[in-house]
Design a protein around this ligand. Structure first.
Ligand code: MTE
Ligand code: MO
Length: 328
């Protein structure tokens, strides 16, 4: 697990100060059986059966800087390397249970959770408060209303007092500082599933791809960028691989820039929403600069590619990352 104080923070505006004692979640819309909205306090949610899940949360832009760095293709957005992911033990209540209590109708197709943070402005245009529709099928499957992270109340930066946690899906799905959820009998749209968080550019439709949902396959070494390594001294290279699919089955490592590959030893079983830790012993021999590569294959047989097809906003980078080290 990633400690809370080291967990990446991604805000569209600024972290709001919310009082858990007066906080309420409002559930409303024509996808409910009754006309009346339902309201839940934090105490109400805590009174329902709690569940705990260890799953990662990862921004759709994680790895974005490698479009430019490795492929020479500039993209817009925060130039993350591989730090926009964390794994936590989330505790909360199943969204399915709360939606049913609110009177979910069989005609509901989409829900739209919305944050209590300030409205987001882009290019001078007010896009309103952060919100992104989610199909009811996913909402009823494995989504949590989380109020604890790694055994502590949700920290302010991570959505205090309650956030949505949508396992395996891109980070924007997991709305923080949750204030209300619209439940709708017709499909819902917001800038976060129309102009943002779709794939745009050559090779993609004018209106963009379908709204992005599941995360992709990635690997990272647990090693500083440009790490200095000693020639002739045995190293244990360690790292992690993860996928928005059913989990990672195998990982191969190259210590010569991508010519020869050796299997890494995995230290975790594949699990949806989980990452696997891996290691490989290696004694660097030749002084100089080199690149280490880690390439994962998931349970469905998909392997990380050499390149990721370009998209203008730099989402879902999944190609093998070339990690520079210097042997001296
Ligand atoms: N209300 C609200 N929810 C939000 C955001 C936001 O700006 N406002 N950012 C989203 C994005 S883009 C990501 S990647 C994750 C980041 O969660 P974290 O800051 O807890 O790591 O929260 C998502 N939920
Ligand atoms: Mo994100």
């Amino acid at each position: 697990h990633t400690p809370n104080d080291l967990f990446f923070v991604r805000n569209h505006t600024v972290t709001p100060a919310l009082d858990a004692a007066t906080w309420r979640l409002r559930i409303w819309g024509d996808g409910l059986r009754g006309a009346r909205p339902a309201e839940f306090s934090l105490e109400d949610l805590r009174a329902l059966p709690a569940v705990e899940r260890s799953v990662f949360l990862e921004c759709a832009g994680n790895g974005r800087s490698f479009f430019d760095r490795q492929q020479g293709e500039p993209v817009s957005g925060t130039a993350w390397s591989l730090g926009a992911i964390g794994m936590a033990r989330w505790r909360g209540v199943r969204l399915a249970q709360v939606l049913r209590r609110a009177g979910l109708s069989p005609h509901a197709v989409d829900i739209q959770p919305r944050g209590l943070d300030d409205a987001f402005f882009s290019g001078g245009v007010n896009l309103g408060r952060v919100r992104r529709p989610l199909p009811v099928a996913k909402a009823l499957d494995d989504v949590l209303l989380a109020y604890e992270m790694n055994g502590a109340p949700l920290p302010p930066d991570h959505g205090h007092p309650v956030r949505l946690l949508v396992p395996s899906w891109i980070g924007i799905s997991s709305i923080k500082w949750l204030g209300d959820i619209e439940v709708s009998a017709t499909p819902l749209y917001s800038p976060w599933n129309t102009d943002l968080y779709r794939l745009f550019g050559p090779g993609h439709p004018e209106e963009g791809s379908a709204p992005l949902s599941r995360q992709t396959l990635k690997s990272a070494f647990e090693l500083p960028w440009e790490a200095p390594l000693s020639a002739g001294r045995a190293q244990v290279l360690t790292g992690r691989s993860w996928s928005g699919g059913r989990g990672v089955r195998s990982v191969e490592i190259s210590v010569d820039g991508g010519t020869a590959w050796r299997p890494a030893t995995l230290h975790d079983a594949p699990r949806p929403g989980g990452w696997v830790r891996w290691s490989l012993r290696w004694t660097p021999r030749t002084p100089g600069r080199t690149e280490l590569l880690a390439r994962a294959t998931d349970v469905d047989g998909t392997t990380q590619p050499e390149r990721t097809a370009h998209n203008t906003q730099g989402y879902l980078f999944d190609a093998v990352v070339r990690h520079p080290v210097t042997v001296a």
